[in-house]
Write a protein that binds this ligand. Structure first.
Ligand code: AMP
Ligand code: GLY
Length: 419
């Protein structure tokens, strides 16, 4: 089968890597890709969020499947355009992708489907904002109602800061604060059937110990040895299935991966957010642990035949990924710095490097975005995987780079990690 992957970050490098290991995948294309995907696939200089341009690429290549990595193409209607052109697409239509694109829509679907989530108020005026902040009290949770790549959320004890964040957007969602560790669960859906994968944990804050601003994610690991047994089954039954059924009932069936960002609170599992795609960097570890060939699974979902394929099988062991970020990330990152040492990093047993914000400049690999590399370590358990990841990180030379040193640290010592 011929597959086209859309996007060009660490998640897409991980998708390309997993697809290139699938014996059923004969040809692999990426638009636009990055220097990492170029080593595994044909990169095409086509904008992934332009529906016409993507159809114009997929058709002549005669691809059997398009796999959409990031949210922007989904919200822009790339899934709709591909399906209209008869090209199977793993990734929902724009209407169903609103589960990620609009926090208010997601809340509405959850309410209708009886899915447990934080109580929330959608606010437009300053008076509504003040009333909602007073109702829920601190810590205040204020979310922009739109795509913000995980960065449109402010969680703060400071009322003035909460108000200021709300004042910056036309429409915000203000929520009750959820305590407890966060877990990301990914479920493949063909519109009806759902198939969960191994859960992962993401580290959203920029610095060790959960300090600093929210980011797109600074690291991740799987499996979660501390998670309650039966967590994935519970989430499938109480969150994923009702949500997929509700979207089908509304006439907008969900085809793709539904990402449930969950808080395991003292009062039970609550949805923090939905995303319409694989999490980044969680996908990097979840896909590493998947034994079942990825292409066949995603094609079955895209064709509405997920119920006909055997449930996916995982590989034993663990995977940890550490994000190496550019200077000043998550604020405007410094770009153009040389990256060296990838080969040395990959000579660490069990380790490899996925590229995210990189490009080639005059024959050299340089930084081009905030999250530059995802260094992945694998091993028999989290401790071994973590050791491999950090040994590899130590071999990368990148001026001004920063990374967290505590990814999977608590989990490796069998404690619950909350950040
Ligand atoms: P979101 O974009 O909705 O995923 O939010 C980004 C991050 O903000 C989440 O991963 C949480 O760490 C935090 N967050 C969002 N909503 C809440 C909430 N209701 N209570 C506590 N933390 C939250
Ligand atoms: N890692 C969080 C996200 O992909 O939104």
């Amino acid at each position: 089968m011929k597959v086209l992957v859309l996007g060009g970050g660490g998640r897409e490098h991980a998708l390309a890597r997993a697809l290139s290991r699938d014996p059923g995948v004969s040809e692999l294309h990426v638009a636009s890709g990055n220097p990492g995907t170029a080593a595994l696939a044909h990169n095409h200089d086509v904008p992934p969020a332009d529906p016409e341009a993507v159809v114009g690429l997929a058709r002549p290549l005669a691809v059997d499947l398009v796999v959409v990595g990031p949210e922007a193409p989904l919200v822009a209607g790339v899934g709709d355009a591909l399906r209209a052109a008869g090209v199977p697409c793993f990734g929902p239509d724009a209407a169903a992708a609103r589960i990620e694109g609009s926090k208010a829509f997601a809340k509405d679907v959850m309410t209708a489907a009886g899915v447990p989530t934080a109580a929330a108020r959608v606010c437009v005026t300053a008076a509504e904002v003040d009333a909602a902040l007073a109702e829920f009290g601190p810590p205040y949770v204020v979310k922009e109602d739109g795509l913000a790549a995980g960065k449109g959320v402010v969680v703060t004890e400071d009322l003035a800061a909460a108000r200021a964040h709300a004042a910056g957007s036309e429409r915000v969602v203000i929520e009750e604060f959820l305590d407890g560790p966060e877990v990301s669960v990914f479920a493949l859906s063909d519109g009806r059937a759902v198939v969960p994968l191994s859960p992962a944990q993401d580290f959203k804050r920029a610095y060790d110990g959960g300090a600093g601003p929210n980011t797109g994610g600074m690291g991740a690991y799987t499996p979660l040895p501390w998670a309650p047994p039966g967590l994935v089954d519970e989430v499938t039954a109480t969150v994923v299935r009702p949500t997929v059924e509700e979207l089908a009932r509304r006439g907008t069936p969900y085809v793709g991966v539904l990402y449930a960002g969950l808080a395991l609170t003292s009062r039970g599992v609550r949805v923090v957010e939905f995303n319409a795609r694989f999490g980044d960097p969680e996908a990097q570890v979840v896909l590493d642990r998947l034994e079942t060939p990825l292409g066949g699974l995603l094609l079955a979902a895209a064709r509405g035949r997920l119920g006909d394929v055997p449930p996916p099988v995982g590989r034993p062991g663990a995977a940890v990924t550490v994000v190496m970020a550019a200077e000043n990330y998550p604020d405007t990152p410094v770009t153009g710095d040389a990256i060296e040492g990838i080969e040395a990093a990959e000579s660490v047993p069990g380790a490899y490097v996925l590229q995210a914000g990189t490009r080639i400049d005059g024959g050299r690999l340089v930084t081009s975005g905030g999250r530059v590399l995802n260094v992945v370590g694998t091993g028999a358990d989290l401790e071994a995987a973590r050791a491999a990841a950090y040994a590899a990180v130590a071999r990368i030379r990148l001026r001004g780079a920063h990374h967290r040193s505590d990814i999977a640290a608590l989990a490796a010592s069998a404690e619950v990690a909350s950040e």
